[in-house]
Ligand binder design. Sequence first.
Ligand code: ADP
Ligand code: MG
Length: 258
Amino acid sequence: MAKKGLLEVQGLRVAVAGNEILKGVDLMIRDGEVHAIMGPNGSGKSTLAQALAGHPAYAVLGGTAKYDGKDLLDMKPEERARAGVFLAFQYPVEIRGITNSYFLRSALNALRRERGGGEPELDPIDFLQFLEQKLKAIGWDDSMMNRPVNEGFSGGEKKRNEILQLAVLEPRLAILDETDSGLDIDALKTVAETVNKLRNPDRAFLIVTHYQRLLNYIKPDVVHVLADGRIVKTGGPELALELEAKGYDWLRAGVMVS
Ligand code: ADP
Ligand code: MG
């Protein structure tokens, strides 16, 4: 039996600051699949990621998005998060006055309460134990845990921290927006290894990236090209290599793609 769609997006149109950026996006992701969205700068990749996460600055003009059979667009951002949608930001935000450890523990406990599956909420001591494995995966000790979230972190540290959040929160749909940007090759490999470890039949990924290099380490099931607000081509992992070789211009508006 074919697996049902976890995320089904149809004809999604989204405006930012009064400009229509997404002009009818169709996308179907099944449980456990890894999809990559590639495309030139400014094509709307982050807009798609933010709209799916429910950022209020991204106004939905039309179309539908179903998540696990529910109307995703009708859910508040926090409801989406509780339902297992996670977005790793292209530009991670700093949160002054809240330590990384406190933030992660509160978020995890809130999710566990919501899931109601009998998973215990963790006190600070238990949480540190729980965190140890996750920290190892991204190559950190706990010294980053008592610092305010992302404050004073380097670009690469912020990206690793997003992946740590992903590892702790165990989402069902993880959207990674240019997590590879700003990472040196070692950090990129560590991040990719962590993502690969977190792949499982109940966790899908939408990996937004401008460059093919991350996809050398994370092999996607499906690659889409977003150009001028529409998905203009979909293929397998080989499409990423083709884009690396040929660039994006051959796929832009005005060029018919069969
Ligand atoms: P990508 O992630 O593919 O580089 P984005 O989705 O970030 O593209 O941006 C698509 C277009 O929307 C760009 O022209 C960008 O300037 C515009 N845009 C994105 N976010 C905002 C915003 N908050 N305010 C105004 N314009 C925005
Ligand atoms: Mg972007």
